[in-house]
Design a protein around this ligand. Structure first.
Ligand SMILES: NC(=O)c1ccc[n+]([C@@H]2O[C@H](COP(=O)([O-])OP(=O)(O)OC[C@H]3O[C@@H](n4cnc5c(N)ncnc54)[C@H](OP(=O)(O)O)[C@@H]3O)[C@@H](O)[C@H]2O)c1
Length: 235
């Protein structure tokens, strides 16, 4: 009898621990974001996806997730996503689509303001290799019209670093097709000179690795997969 009671209490406390690590994902309906959501759910995290009312949710079909609706460029709608909920981790996997480059710092400022109203301990940003000053590491590359986008992504990174909230910046180089399975050989490197190819599925796995992990807190990592070829200009 006593043993049964003890087991019930342990089960109750472990399910509470699980609900403590709720994750809010921005961009979860996208190609990268849906791979992130898939792996978070597989790892047992309760996941909420912030999606626009008209977002196509088919990439998340069959996954047990909750939704909040809103536009990330609307500060009040982002703040409302945090109201009455207890997210510990936030993931930003958005891409600007048709919006201009200011999308990135505006979206990050809105996320930070919303996160500060709750108990968020970590914001994981899926950024880009070449963001901000990092572009200087690639003098051989022709970023063309991406230059202004990368400058804006650098400003988003800076807002996050200065926010006072725990942060994890994963800079992605060349994302491979969303249809590819994970190689499971991708890793996160502190070498900020690396521009590498990575599948979105592997980035989902790397995101799970970072959630609540002190080894990946308050820093910048470049996503790398040594099993993929390296374009000549980035060798
Ligand atoms: N492609 C590459 O090789 C490459 C390389 C390095 C880094 N990256 C970066 O990786 C990230 C993800 O890329 P992806 O190709 O996977 O993106 P994607 O498929 O285009 O997904 C973008 C996501 O952002 C959401 N979003 C856009 N505007 C929004 C808004 N105003 N409010 C709320 N949500 C909004 C979209 O929602 P909807 O479903 O409503 O559209 C979608 O879920 C981007 O930051 C991209 O710059 C890409």
């Amino acid at each position: 009898m006593f043993r049964t009671l003890l087991l019930l209490l342990l089960a109750a406390s472990s399910s509470h621990a699980g609900s403590d690590n709720q994750v809010l994902v921005f961009g979860g309906t996208g190609k990268l974001g849906s791979a992130v959501v898939r792996e978070l759910v597989a790892a047992g995290h309760p996941v909420t996806v912030f999606a626009r009312p008209a977002s196509d949710r088919t990439r998340l079909d069959g996954l047990k997730v909750s939704y909040v609706t809103g536009d990330i460029l609307d500060a009040a709608q982002v703040k409302a996503a945090f109201d009455g909920r207890d997210f510990r981790t936030v993931v930003d996997a958005t891409a600007r689509g048709d919006a201009d480059d200011e999308f990135y710092p505006t979206a990050m400022a809105n996320i930070i303001a919303g996160a500060k109203t709750g108990g968020v301990r970590q914001i994981i940003l899926h950024g880009s290799v070449g963001a901000g000053d990092n572009i200087e590491q690639f003098p051989q590359a022709n970023f063309g019209r991406m230059r202004s986008t990368l400058a804006a992504k650098g400003r988003a990174e800076r807002l996050l670093i200065d926010s006072g909230i725990g942060y994890t910046i994963i800079r992605n180089g060349i994302l491979l097709s969303a249809d590819l399975p994970p190689t499971r050989t991708a890793r996160l490197s502190t070498d900020q000179r690396l521009m590498r190819k990575v599948t979105r599925a592997d980035l989902g796995l790397l995101t799970v690795l970072c959630v609540g992990n002190p080894d990946y807190m308050n820093g910048i990592w470049h996503a790398v997969d040594d099993s993929q070829d390296v374009p000549p200009q980035y060798r």
